[in-house]
Every structure is written in C-alpha cells, then in structure tokens.
Design a protein around this ligand. Sequence first.
Ligand SMILES: Cc1cc2nc3c(=O)[nH]c(=O)nc-3n(C[C@H](O)[C@H](O)[C@H](O)COP(=O)(O)OP(=O)(O)OC[C@H]3O[C@@H](n4cnc5c(N)ncnc54)[C@H](O)[C@@H]3O)c2cc1C
Length: 372
Amino acid sequence: MKFDVVIGGAGLAGSTAARVFADAGKKVLVVEKHRHVAGHCHDFRDDAGITVHTYGPHIFHTNDKGVWEFVRRFTDFHYLQHRVLSYAGGKLVPFPVNRDTINEVFGVNIATGDVSAFLQAEVERSKFNMPLRNFRDAVVSQVGERLYELFFKNYTLKQWGRDPETLSPEIAKRIPVRSNRDDRYFSDRYQGVPGRGYTRMVENMLDHPGIAVMLGADYFDAIKSFAAPLSIFTGELDVYFGRKHGELAYRSLDIEFETLDRERFQEAPVVNYPNDYDWTRITEFKLLSGETSKKTTVCYEYPKEKGEPYYVVMDDENMAKREKYIAETRILEERPLGAGKVLFVGRLAEYTYYNMDQVIGATMKKVLPLVQ
Ligand SMILES: Cc1cc2nc3c(=O)[nH]c(=O)nc-3n(C[C@H](O)[C@H](O)[C@H](O)COP(=O)(O)OP(=O)(O)OC[C@H]3O[C@@H](n4cnc5c(N)ncnc54)[C@H](O)[C@@H]3O)c2cc1C
C-alpha cells in the first residue's frame, strides 16, 4: 500500500497533521508505539464511571479561534473555567496569587485597587537579579520573596528536583499573577474538557477514510516498509538522531489513582501542595468532567527524575543540546518532497513545553503550507 505521508505518533500533533492531510485528499499512515491514541492527553472511563486522565489532568484552553473551531469539529465540550487552590500555611487559598490570596495569607484587607502597590512594595523589599537570571528572579520580580517562599520555592523543588536558582526564568513566564479577585487558573477565552474525553476526540480526528492507524508499532520500523514522499515525526527529538548530541532530559511523574467511596473529596478540581507532603497536587476528576457518581476518583502526582517523558528541562545544558538537534531538523525539513523530507512537530519532537492548543497551532503552521 502506498501512502503520501507516514506519521510517527498518534498524539495531538500526529493526529492534527493526519487530519489536515486527509482532508486535503492525501493517504496517511499513523504509526503509534503505544496501544492507544491521544498520546499524553489520553483518558478513559474508570470503574466508578469517571473519566480520568492517564498522564495527569488536562484542561483545554485557548485564545486561538482557529484551533478552537478545529477541535470542536471532533467533540462537544464540557465548559469549565478551571480553578486551583493551594494548601499553604495550613489554609486553602486561591492560586494563582490574587487579591484574596494576599488577604488570606497575610491577614490583611487590601482592596483590588491596592494590590499592585502591595506587590510592588513586596518586590521592592526583595533581592533578585536584574536582568532576570533564573526562575527565582522571575517569580520574586513579580510577587516578592514572601509569596515566592510560600507558593513557588518548594513546589519548584518538588516538581523539578532542582534548586529554582538553576532553572530558566522562562518557566515562570507561565505563572499569571492577578491584582483582582479573578480566581480562574487560565484567562483564555475558550476553556473546557471534551464532553466524551480526549481519547474519543482524537479517535474522531483519525476517523477518516484517508487515514490508517497502526498501534503498538514503531515509526522507525514503519518508514522502512512504507516509503512515502513525506514523513512527520512527533516522538523524542534526541532519539530520532540516535542521541548523537547527547540525551535530552525530561522530568517524569508517578501518578497514583484512588477511587473513594464518597461523593466528593476536595474543594476544587486541583489542589496544589507546595510545602506539605511529597505529592505536588491532587486532582479530583469528576470536578473537571462534570460527571456524577456516588464515588469519586482522585490522582496524586509525584515528580521523579526518570520514566515517561513529561516535562522538558529548560536549563542551559539541555537548551544547548536542543539547538544542535533543531539545526539538524531544519536540514531535513527543507528537503523537497520525495527526497527524504521530514517534519518535526509536537512537544517531544521540538523539545518545547507546549499546551494542547499550541501543539495543534504549531502543527497546522507547519503542515498547512504543504496542502494549500
Ligand atoms: C502532567 C501534564 C499535564 C498537562 N496539562 C495540560 C493542560 O491542562 N492543558 C494543556 O493544554 N496541555 C497540558 N499538557 C500538555 C499536553 O499534554 C501536550 O501539549 C500534548 O499532549 C502534546 O501532544 P504531542 O502530540 O506533541 O505529544 P504526545 O502526546 O506525547 O504524543 C506523541 C506520541 O508519539 C508517540 N511516539 C513517540 N515515539 C514514537 C515512535 N518511535 N514510534 C511511534 N510512536 C511514537 C508517543 O507514544 C505519543 O503517543 C500537560 C502535560 C502534562 C505532562
């Protein structure tokens, strides 16, 4: 059988690319090494009838209308404005830091209009490097040392197993700080979780007469048997190149699921534990999906050094290796069709922290010019 495109990986990157090519009349083979599609946003219904996320909680959020319209072709959504609480100093307080967080942790009663001045005073009495050199600098420059110590320092130590002063300031750009009472975790215009789960959404993306899917199969074997004018790789960047510039590090997680014989466990879908216990956070899935059940399922996340690749490690050493690999990908990406052209898309193949909408957007940006 002849294919126009062979794709390694049936996560969001691979499935988006497959669908775009299939919609344009191309024959596509998707090869996935796991026995399930959807990659890291895989989910399934557990014995309590609750949809749980295999690789940790996933909330879809985007400001990109094109991406939102694309995913809505394949699923309805349970609309959800995601909220997170943080267990800090013996209290559950809103996170990201907002006016209520400050009032509760410092026992003050400042008004919305005074939050910026309060944070500014916190920042001014703190010491940090300018220009920002590391994660600590990035956070302290936004909220000051006291809030950094309470919410970020130990959480980061748990999450990354590294001193925050050795991590890139880029990571802290993802932390929103609010001067009002907005307690939503994300402020994107479109938010929710797929009504029948991410796995079903991705299955629907791949459900096209032009797409064949091989599960439990390896891309590197498949491209030997199914030569195609174009291939797309969404797996690990360093693995593609035989780790010739060294191994790229990932932070991993142990995720422990527990089903409890009670209707409700906690006060928010996600509760962070920056300072107490060994887990970083607990998620109660029915509060994400809106499902009802006499039982409830939660998961505890324990960060660890090795295992399933979850988070890219943005330190200088890894970023320098990444640059070398990305230079190699450019050569393959620029080749003409039929002459060994390969595209690299997604969080593993680009060694970049991407949210789901960013993966879809980045994939479309690379593949759409080839079908127009
Ligand atoms: C704990 C956690 C929570 C997250 N929460 C959110 C969230 O709330 N909201 C959000 O927007 N994003 C979230 N994300 C990010 C989200 O998971 C990713 O952006 C997205 O799933 C990445 O899609 P992908 O296709 O690039 O990669 P993946 O989902 O990893 O897919 C790559 C696929 O390629 C396959 N593969 C690799 N090598 C080979 C090979 N040689 N042969 C065949 N197949 C191969 C893999 O098995 C995998 O299925 C979270 C990530 C994590 C880790």
